[in-house]
Design a protein around this ligand. Structure first.
Ligand code: ATP
Ligand code: ZN
Ligand code: MG
Length: 503
């Protein structure tokens, strides 16, 4: 058979009447297999053996995997044994659980899994054996998730590098560039910004701050407010629970700044630490490590996860759809490591994140309107040379449960907005800067956070407006001299603060 589950059940005591137990098992097993597998496949009890308080049995099946049947069997067994022989089930585990499943591609190179296992692949069929699977793993579906993980890893091996993730959608008119330097260098030279005291951060002096806030105001007054978005203010720390639901925790663990808490605020507990600081004038790292807890949250990575949390478990009234909100208070923190560059790739940046929830039709209409308003800003206020591209990889569209029709219609997925940066080289050969994006994610998050409509289907999406990126794109094309800036932008900016003179 396709699947085989060897289980070991520890009873609270050796049964007084082992023969009665051995007679009971086949009936209970048959009932449980019938109930959990039904007409979707077949199942059988392949082996049973009792030694003292240890019951070993093997369930085999075709079609559905047999661990649900095992759980049902154990439930029934406890009831019957308890009643007849005053014996209970103390614990159980699976010394071996082997299943067979299909793969979408060939295994290109060996895979790892963080559980004791053996994986055999022949053509497009995988056989995975998990060993020593604990009770929790049986109750909590680890096998199904391990199989999905293997399938996903194989899919990635097959699509990665091959699939084009970038497809041009729109392209603005070509514009004459009046500047060809790196604007970050220019801003440093004018003392507008200073590289921050910790990794990948910048201190924006009055002029740079004024320009970034101008960008923020343009986004709010020219895009979001006209389309009915209203502001929310969210907390800055994202709980692990939230990131487990969105998938960020499995997707990006190496990009978070983690938050730890003091184990106590009792000054007595911190005395050695403070004394060492007073004497050595250094951070006593070993002592500090003892006094803080393991991370319990992350510093905001993106704003939408916590906005979904805010809506979780709620039913949104028809009249409030499409729901349109934005946050501009949580500052994004990301560990960019080797990728850091200038003001455009930093570890701490400022984003406005609009989030929208509504019926599929409402979101499609809203996306069209957002695209129009964004185009108005980039074409007539900032006068940028920019383009948009569809960037959702095919394998992601698939694993998100998007049908082929959707993939072609490009409904669910992400549009990137990119600007040409003259300092990086020619239009054709240089990398353009992604300065914002816009996504529709279907029902992924409304499902994960149980956000309901009064009727029909509820989708969501978000757009990440990166203010440092808007500013960099603008200054890279227009330069730092206000005389070279488009009139409409100058109107929005108003008079600049006077530069502070440093001697
Ligand atoms: P990239 O591919 O450039 O790393 P991303 O896909 O990680 O960007 P998103 O998570 O989609 O970015 O965030 C949306 C927006 O946030 C981006 O379009 C950009 O404007 C901004 N952003 C992301 N990372 C940074 C960063 N390190 N520094 C400044 N802005 C950023
Ligand atoms: Zn988002
Ligand atoms: Mg990134």
């Amino acid at each position: 058979m396709e699947h085989a589950l060897q289980a070991e059940i520890t009873l609270s005591a050796a049964p007084a009447d082992p023969a009665a137990l051995e007679r009971l098992i086949p009936t209970v097993a048959e009932e449980s297999l019938k109930r959990s597998i039904g007409t979707r496949g077949t199942g059988k009890l392949a082996h049973v053996g009792l030694t003292g308080d240890r019951l070993r049995l093997t369930l085999e099946s075709d079609g559905p995997r047999p661990h649900q049947a095992l759980l049902a069997l154990i439930r029934r067994l406890s009831e019957e044994l308890g009643r007849a022989q005053k014996v209970g089930v103390r614990s159980f585990s699976a010394p071996s659980y082997r299943v067979r499943f299909d793969l979408e591609g060939d295994l290109k190179h060996p895979l790892t899994l963080p559980l004791p296992h053996t994986l055999h692949v022949e053509g497009r069929v995988g056989t995975l054996e998990l060993r020593d699977l604990p009770e929790e793993g049986l109750r909590d579906n680890w096998m199904d998730r391990a199989v999905t993980l293997v399938q996903e890893k194989v899919r990635r091996q097959n699509y990665e590098g091959k699939e084009q993730y970038w497809d041009l959608l729109t392209q603005s008119p070509r514009r004459e560039m009046t500047f060809e330097l790196d604007p970050t260098e220019g801003m440093i030279a004018r003392q507008w910004i200073r590289s921050g005291p910790t990794k990948g951060k910048w201190f924006l002096g009055p002029t740079a701050a004024h320009l970034m806030r101008t960008m923020e105001r343009i986004a709010r007054t020219e895009v979001l407010e006209p389309l009915g978005f209203t502001e929310v203010v969210q907390p800055h720390h994202d709980s692990f629970d939230i990131l487990l639901k969105t998938g960020h925790l499995e997707g990006l663990p190496g990009e978070f700044y983690y938050v730890t808490e003091p184990r106590t605020r009792d000054p007595a507990a911190w005395e050695t630490f403070t004394d060492l600081v007073k004497i050595t004038r250094k951070v006593p790292e070993g002592e500090l490590a003892k006094l803080v807890s393991p991370p319990s949250a992350v510093s905001c990575y993106a704003q939408c996860p916590t906005i979904y949390w805010w809506l979780s478990g709620r039913t949104i009234a028809e009249e409030s759809l499409p729901l349109r909100v934005f946050d501009r208070s949580a500052v994004s923190n990301r560990y960019e490591s080797g990728g850091r560059h200038g003001l455009e790739r930093v570890d701490e940046f400022h984003r406005i994140e609009p989030v929208y929830v509504g019926t599929p039709a409402q979101l499609l209409e809203l996306r069209t309107k957002l695209l129009e308003r964004y185009a108005h800003v980039f074409d007539t206020i900032l006068e940028l040379e920019w383009r948009t591209a569809w960037v959702t990889p095919f394998y992601m569209q698939q694993s998100g449960g998007v049908g082929v029709e959707d993939a072609q219609a490009r409904v669910k997925g992400t549009i990137d907005f990119e600007a040409y940066l003259p300092y990086r080289g020619t239009r054709e050969n240089s990398e353009w800067l992604e300065f914002q994006n816009l996504s529709i994610v279907g029902d992924k998050y409304t499902k994960a956070f149980t956000i309901r409509p009064q009727k029909g289907e509820l989708w969501s999406g978000c757009s990440g407006i990166g203010l440092e990126r808007w500013l960099t794109a603008f200054l890279a094309q227009k330069g730092l001299d206000p005389d070279g800036w488009p009139a409409k932008f100058r109107e929005h900016a108003g008079p600049l603060p006077r530069d502070i003179r440093f001697l």
